[in-house]
Design a protein around this ligand. Structure first.
Ligand code: HDD
Length: 684
């Protein structure tokens, strides 16, 4: 990469280009460049004789294969990433001197990795878990990493407890069960005995922990950081990513089924959206608190188990990120990318949040093991797009060839270069916060209210969201074997809501709480997903058609849906083309066998005369399942016979019509945009 060229949104792509190798059409060689003549038979003494050590190609090929795996991340092992760009809407000069937040005409390349936390690299993606949302901005001043989650608070207040938290949530060590799940004794034992987790647990058991798509979840920097402007004035800041499509989730039963039907559901969704040009977009927001107001709130701004209610501290939307390019190679990019909350640029600084401070140690430490040495910054995906020079040398896998005699500072032989530069020339100067205190191992009193915001979260939920939380507690605690742990959790969450604790206590056969209750009446409407944006865009509809379907009518519906931005996939009992009575043909994308109702946002039973009894049963099963997951259901013509009309006909989100197809398409499109119809009565 020519480091002297001006930086733009393509800078990272251009830099990566010099590392890309296209093997197609090339001759096979060894890693030494020697052309290979035989790649199927190892060198042997006679056709049935012993293999010879002398076969260097065999040895090299096998050795490389034997070393292909690297340690997976201790947390966030299962992840998927994409490239994109970020643009700021207006200059943020008033608050920060960070260059990438100054000029709306500048686009900064980004790389974003989404992840689950607890599961191994091969685990299913729709499990109940926090999602990682880590963004690397390749700025002209160096890489800035915003290493966040889709939940704005954390389980613990001090990083020293992180190994304990993770040991508790990971599969239990004696039998390595369960994979990628928090529904087991050690996790809940940790929760009950580390009650600072209360607030985050409420989020974890809410619909936030089962997102519909990476494209439909928020991201949060979690910690309070500092923005510092040119004059040295600082503001406390919390970072938010707001998905343009709104925040939407799966239903728990659906999430579990998808985990089996398509363990790659979220990566497939992201990959296909980007391949199809439906680029995921997120707006960047900041909440700002002036330093003078540090103590004006009923929470401590340094406490990572607290959020700043958006109604009290509004989120100022300052820019947009668009993910527009899939990776070329998952290992080289997604697996080898190294994030670190300590990768900052001038104008962005830290606070004394004890969780953040501990993270500043952990990330480099883990990369050293995972990426095998101190040179991981040289891996193509991790390289800044601006020049970098220092006196660090050598180490495993060093690629840079530093020319010259001098590798120390201060020196005279190289005129004391590379030289530190002043703040005015872009040198990073740490914010000069005044700090005083004794060395103690304790926690501030201001960190000790663990339940008020958990109660606020509960108060902010709509009825269906509350039901989901009760069901989630009943599920999770229902899997816990220890009666004592179950009871401890009931008693703990009585401090959030007696209604909640009583409901799940009854479901798991524990004693309803004897005391508890919260005085908190505050709620924050921004926390409820019911208040999110509802758009049809990118929603996926499974269209079930049989032979002799009403060709033009059905096509018109499909086209009207597509015009709304909805994705249409055709399901039938066999692949190939399905024929309409008027000769129209529609390509079938899936059979009942190769897909499942849970993989769609809505089902449209379009009809078809020539269908077997088996077809009808399969279609009915798809519709029934979608119905039980509160999804929009449309039925026209013979499709009406595949659903239980007497049960479903007047249900919210069920659209039945065989006269006016444009009215049908419009109503069905609206039903799809609503995401889910929670006010639907289910037949139990
Ligand atoms: Fe962490 C990875 C987010 C607390 C230690 N963390 C990791 C990733 C994300 C987060 C998104 C995946 C990055 C990637 O995609 O490669 N972590 C968070 C957030 C936290 C948090 C938002 C709380 C606010 N983490 C946290 C603590 C510690 C760690 C308190 C340890 C003191 N996290 C790690 C790690 C990981 C990691 C062990 C594993 C792989 C990696 O760093 O690169 O260092």
């Amino acid at each position: 990469m020519n480091n002297k060229g001006k930086m733009n949104e393509n800078s990272k792509n251009e830099q990566l280009e010099q590392f890309r190798v296209r093997d197609e059409g090339e001759k096979l060689t060894t890693n030494q460049g020697l052309k290979v003549s035989e790649d199927e038979f190892s060198l042997k003494a006679g056709e049935r004789g012993p293999t010879l050590m002398e076969d260097f190609h065999f040895r090299e090929k096998m050795t490389h294969f034997d070393h292909e795996r690297i340690p997976e991340r201790i947390v966030h092992a299962r992840g998927f990433a994409a490239h994109g760009e970020f643009e700021v809407y207006e200059s943020m000069k008033k608050y920060t001197k960070a260059k990438f937040l100054q000029d709306p005409s500048v686009k900064t390349p980004v790389f974003v990795r989404f992840s689950t936390v607890a599961g191994s690299r091969g685990s299913a993606e729709t499990v109940r878990d926090v999602r990682g949302f880590a963004t690397k901005f390749y700025t002209e001043e160096g890489n800035y990493d915003l290493v966040g989650n889709n939940i704005p608070v954390f389980f613990i207040q001090d990083a020293i407890k992180f190994p304990d938290l993770i040991h508790a949530v990971k599969p239990e060590p004696h039998n390595e069960i369960p994979q990628a799940a928090s529904a087991h004794d050690t996790f809940w034992d940790f929760v009950a005995n580390n009650q600072e987790s209360a607030h985050m647990v409420m989020w974890h058991l809410s619909d936030r922990a089962i997102p519909r798509s990476f494209r439909m979840m928020e991201g949060f920097g979690v910690h309070t950081f500092r923005l510092v402007n040119e004059e040295g004035k600082a503001h406390f800041v919390k970072f938010h990513w707001k998905p343009v499509l709104g925040v939407h989730s799966l239903v728990w039963d659906e999430a579990q089924k998808i985990a089996g039907k398509d363990p790659d559901f979220h990566r497939r969704d992201l990959w296909e959206s980007i391949e199809g040009g439906l680029f995921p977009e997120y707006e960047l927001g900041v909440q700002l608190i002036a330093e003078e107001d540090e103590f004006s709130f009923d929470f401590d701004v340094l406490d990572p188990t607290k959020l700043w209610p958006e109604e009290d501290v509004p989120v100022k939307i300052i820019g947009k990120m668009t993910l527009n390019r899939n990776v070329d190679n998952v290992f080289a990019e997604t697996e080898q990318v190294a994030f670190h909350p300590g990768h900052v640029v001038p104008g962005i600084d830290f606070t004394n949040d004890p969780l953040l401070q501990g993270r500043l140690f952990s990330y480099t430490d883990t990369q050293l093991l995972r990426l095998g040495g101190p040179n991981f910054h040289e891996l193509p995906i991790n390289r800044p797009v601006c020049p970098f020079h220092n006196n660090q040398r050598d180490g495993f896998g060093r690629q840079t060839i530093n020319v010259g005699q001098v590798s120390y500072h201060k020196n005279s032989l190289a005129s004391n270069t590379p030289a530190p530069v002043s703040e005015d020339e872009g040198g990073y100067v740490h914010y000069q916060e005044k700090v005083e205190g004794r060395k103690v191992q304790s926690r501030s009193e201001s960190f000790k209210d663990h339940f008020s915001q958990a109660a606020m979260f509960w108060n902010s939920m709509s009825e269906p969201e509350k039901e989901h939380i009760i069901d989630a507690f009943s599920f999770e605690l229902g899997k816990v074997k220890s009666k004592s742990v179950q009871q401890q959790v009931v008693d703990m969450f009585a401090n959030v809501s007696v209604e909640l604790a009583t409901a799940f206590a009854l479901a798991i056969g524990a004693m309803p709480p004897q005391k508890g209750g919260s005085q908190v009446t505050k709620s924050s409407p921004a926390l409820s997903q019911l208040n999110t944006k509802k758009l049809p865009n990118t929603r996926k509809v499974g269209v079930i058609i049989g032979t002799d379907f009403k060709g033009e009518d059905v096509l018109n519906v499909c086209n009207a849906l597509i015009a709304e931005g909805i994705q249409v996939e055709v399901i039938s009992d066999k692949l190939g083309n399905q024929k309409a009575f008027d000769g129209t043909e529609l390509k079938v994308d899936h059979t009942f066998l190769t897909c499942d109702s849970v993989l769609f946002d809505a089902i449209y039973a379009a009809g078809g005369k020539g269908v077997s009894q088996k077809f009808k049963e399969e279609a009915a099963y798809f519709i029934q399942e979608a119905f039980s997951h509160y999804k929009a259901i449309g039925a026209t013509f013979e499709g009406k016979n595949w659903l239980q009309e007497e049960v479903m006909a007047n249900s919210p989100g069920v659209v039945i019509e065989d006269q006016d197809m444009s009215v049908f398409a419009q109503n069905f499109g609206q039903a799809i945009s609503a995401h889910r119809h929670w006010n639907r009565q289910l037949v139990k």
